[in-house]
Design a protein around this ligand. Sequence first.
Ligand SMILES: *[C@@H]1O[C@H](CO)[C@@H](O)[C@H](O)[C@H]1NC(C)=O
Ligand SMILES: *[C@@H]1O[C@H](CO)[C@@H](O)[C@H](O)[C@H]1NC(C)=O
Ligand SMILES: *[C@@H]1O[C@H](CO)[C@@H](O)[C@H](O)[C@H]1NC(C)=O
Ligand SMILES: *[C@@H]1O[C@H](CO)[C@@H](O)[C@H](O)[C@H]1NC(C)=O
Ligand SMILES: *[C@@H]1O[C@H](CO)[C@@H](O)[C@H](O)[C@H]1NC(C)=O
Ligand SMILES: *[C@@H]1O[C@H](CO)[C@@H](O)[C@H](O)[C@H]1NC(C)=O
Ligand SMILES: *[C@@H]1O[C@H](CO)[C@@H](O)[C@H](O)[C@H]1NC(C)=O
Ligand SMILES: *[C@@H]1O[C@H](CO)[C@@H](O)[C@H](O)[C@H]1NC(C)=O
Ligand SMILES: *[C@@H]1O[C@H](CO)[C@@H](O)[C@H](O)[C@H]1NC(C)=O
Ligand SMILES: *[C@@H]1O[C@H](CO)[C@@H](O)[C@H](O)[C@H]1NC(C)=O
Ligand SMILES: *[C@@H]1O[C@H](CO)[C@@H](O)[C@H](O)[C@H]1NC(C)=O
Ligand SMILES: *[C@@H]1O[C@H](CO)[C@@H](O)[C@H](O)[C@H]1NC(C)=O
Length: 459
Amino acid sequence: MDNPILFLLLFLLTPSHLATSDPLNPLTITLSVADYGATGDGLRYDTDAIQSAINSCPEGGPCRVTFPAPGKYLTATVFLKSGVHLNVEPGATILGGTRLEDYPEDSWRWYVVVAENATDVGIGGGGVVDGQAAEFVVREDPRKNIMVSWNQTGACLGDECRPRLVGFLGCSNVSVSNITLNHPAYWCLHLVRSNNISIHDIAIYGDFNIPNNDGIDIEDSNNTVITRCHIDTGDDAICPKSSTGPVYNLTVTNSWIRSKSSAIKLGSASWFDMKYFVFDNITIVDSHRGIGFQIRDGGNVSDIVFSNINISTRYYDPLWWGRAEPIYVTTCPRDSTSKEASISNVLFINITANSENGIFLSGSKGGLLRNLRFINMDITYRRFTSYVGGLLDYRPGCQELVKHRTAGMMMEHIEGLEVKNVDMRWSNNELEHWNNPLEFRPSTVNNISFHNFNSKSNY
Ligand SMILES: *[C@@H]1O[C@H](CO)[C@@H](O)[C@H](O)[C@H]1NC(C)=O
Ligand SMILES: *[C@@H]1O[C@H](CO)[C@@H](O)[C@H](O)[C@H]1NC(C)=O
Ligand SMILES: *[C@@H]1O[C@H](CO)[C@@H](O)[C@H](O)[C@H]1NC(C)=O
Ligand SMILES: *[C@@H]1O[C@H](CO)[C@@H](O)[C@H](O)[C@H]1NC(C)=O
Ligand SMILES: *[C@@H]1O[C@H](CO)[C@@H](O)[C@H](O)[C@H]1NC(C)=O
Ligand SMILES: *[C@@H]1O[C@H](CO)[C@@H](O)[C@H](O)[C@H]1NC(C)=O
Ligand SMILES: *[C@@H]1O[C@H](CO)[C@@H](O)[C@H](O)[C@H]1NC(C)=O
Ligand SMILES: *[C@@H]1O[C@H](CO)[C@@H](O)[C@H](O)[C@H]1NC(C)=O
Ligand SMILES: *[C@@H]1O[C@H](CO)[C@@H](O)[C@H](O)[C@H]1NC(C)=O
Ligand SMILES: *[C@@H]1O[C@H](CO)[C@@H](O)[C@H](O)[C@H]1NC(C)=O
Ligand SMILES: *[C@@H]1O[C@H](CO)[C@@H](O)[C@H](O)[C@H]1NC(C)=O
Ligand SMILES: *[C@@H]1O[C@H](CO)[C@@H](O)[C@H](O)[C@H]1NC(C)=O
C-alpha cells in the first residue's frame, strides 16, 4: 500500500465490524468469509460469499481472508487478487466444485483457487484445499484410473481435461505454506510465468491411481524455494517445465516424496532453458523413478545439484512412465520435428539408492550430456516385484520402450563423466541375470573417469 490516504479510505469503506487487524502486521486487514454469508456446510455453494470477502479487501492489500473452522466451503473457482492471502484455519476445507459450470470458460483457467497477474498473494493457515478427485473417476482401475474428460466444450482434448487445484499465473511474491492440498482432479499446485515463490510446510495427497496428479509444477517461473514439503501422489511430484519461457533458480530442500511416476522431473515440456536448480536433503520413497530429466523440445538444462538424497524406486505398471530408475537423464528429441538440446554441469553427491533398476544416462547426437558428476553414492540393486525388467524407457516420444538388458549404469551420448566413490551392491539378482554394472555405447561416450568405483554381489 503506497498511498496511506487511499488505504485509510478503503479501510473506512470496508465494513468495520467485519475487519480486524492482524497483531503481526497492524496494517493487515482480516475478513472472514463467514461474515460475508459463507455457510461452510459443504452442500451449498459459498462461492459468492468467498469472492465478496476477497473483493472487499483494499486494493493491493495486505488483507487476509479467513475460512473459519470447522467448515467445508464448497465453491466454484475462487479468484485471488493482489495483496490477498487466504487463511484456511485448521479444521476448515475449501472444497472444489465438481461441475463444469463451476469453472471459467477457458480451460487454462480451470483451478479451484487461482491468482492471475497478482503480486503478494498466497494461501496458508493450517487447513485444507480439496479437489474431490474421486468425483472425476469414471472407472477405478488399480493400474490407472479412467478419468472424466471435460472436452465436450472443445476447450481441451483427451483425458487431460480436468480442473487443477491451485494456480498462480503471472504472479510475483507468491507464498503457499502450512496447508494440505488433497485430491486434485488433475495437477495440484501450478506456478506459471511467476517470480519469487515460496512454498513451505505443505502436504499434498493425490490419489496414487489417478493419472496427471502432479504435485507441484513450476512452469516458466523464476526464483522458487520449496522446503519442508510432503508429497504423496500418482504423477510427477516436483516438476519444472518450460513451455513459453525459461525456468531459473529453483531450490527444493528437506522434503519427502512418493510418486507413481517421477519424484523429481525436469520436463517433459522443455522448450526453453532450465538453469540453477538445487535439490538437497530429500527422501524419495517407493517411486517409479527417482530423479528424471525428460528433455525433449530443445531447451538446454544446466547447473543442477542433487545432494543428500535417499531414493527407493520400484516397478509399477508400465502404463506409468518410469522403469524404477533411481536416476534418469535423457535428451532424445520428442519427434522428428523437435530440436535437440543438451544437459550440462549436473552434480549428484551423497546419494543413497535402493532400486529395482539402474541409472539411465542417455543423450542424443545433437543433445549431449556434458560434465555429469556422481560422487559419494551407495546404490543397492534388488528386484522384489514381479514386473518384467529389461526395457529402456525413452518415453515420451523417441523410441518409446526398447528391449535391452539393464545395467547398474547405462551410458550413451555423453561428453564428460566423473564417477567417484560409488558403490554398487547387487542383491537377489537370480530373478534376472542383471549383475551388469556398466553398459556403454562406446563410440558415443567420451572423457569419462572412475575413481574408487566398486561393484559387488551381496548374496
Ligand atoms: C494477465 O496478463 C496476461 C498477459 O499480459 C493477459 O493475457 C491476461 O489477460 C491477464 N489476465 C488478467 C486476469 O488480467
Ligand atoms: C500452521 O497454522 C496453524 C494455525 O495457524 C499454526 O498453529 C501452526 O503453527 C502452523 N504451522 C506452521 C508449520 O507454520
Ligand atoms: C474428447 O476426448 C475423447 C477421448 O480422448 C475423444 O475421443 C473426443 O473426440 C474428444 N472430443 C472433443 C470434442 O474434443
Ligand atoms: C515483493 O515483496 C517485496 C518485499 O515485500 C517488495 O519489495 C517487492 O516490491 C515485491 N515485488 C513485487 C513485484 O511486487
Ligand atoms: C525468468 O528469468 C529469465 C531470465 O532473466 C527471463 O527471461 C524470464 O522472463 C523470467 N521469467 C519470469 C516469469 O519473470
Ligand atoms: C521475494 O519475496 C520475499 C518475501 O515475500 C521478499 O522479502 C523479497 O523482497 C521478494 N523479492 C523480490 C525480488 O520481489
Ligand atoms: C537467480 O538468482 C541469482 C542469485 O540470487 C540472482 O542474481 C539472479 O538474478 C536470479 N535470476 C533470475 C532470472 O531471477
Ligand atoms: C532433512 O529434512 C528433514 C525433513 O524431511 C528434516 O527433518 C531434517 O532436519 C533435515 N536435515 C537437515 C540436515 O537439514
Ligand atoms: C540450446 O543450445 C543450443 C546450442 O548452444 C542452441 O543452438 C539452442 O538455441 C539452445 N536452445 C534454446 C532454447 O535456447
Ligand atoms: C539416507 O539413508 C542413510 C542410510 O540408510 C541414512 O544414514 C541417512 O540419514 C538418510 N538420509 C536422509 C536424508 O534421509
Ligand atoms: C556429503 O556428505 C559428506 C559426509 O557426510 C559431508 O561432509 C558433505 O558436506 C556432503 N556434501 C554436500 C554437498 O552436502
Ligand atoms: C572432461 O570432463 C571433465 C568433467 O568430467 C571436465 O572438467 C574436463 O574439462 C573434460 N575434459 C575435456 C578435454 O573435455
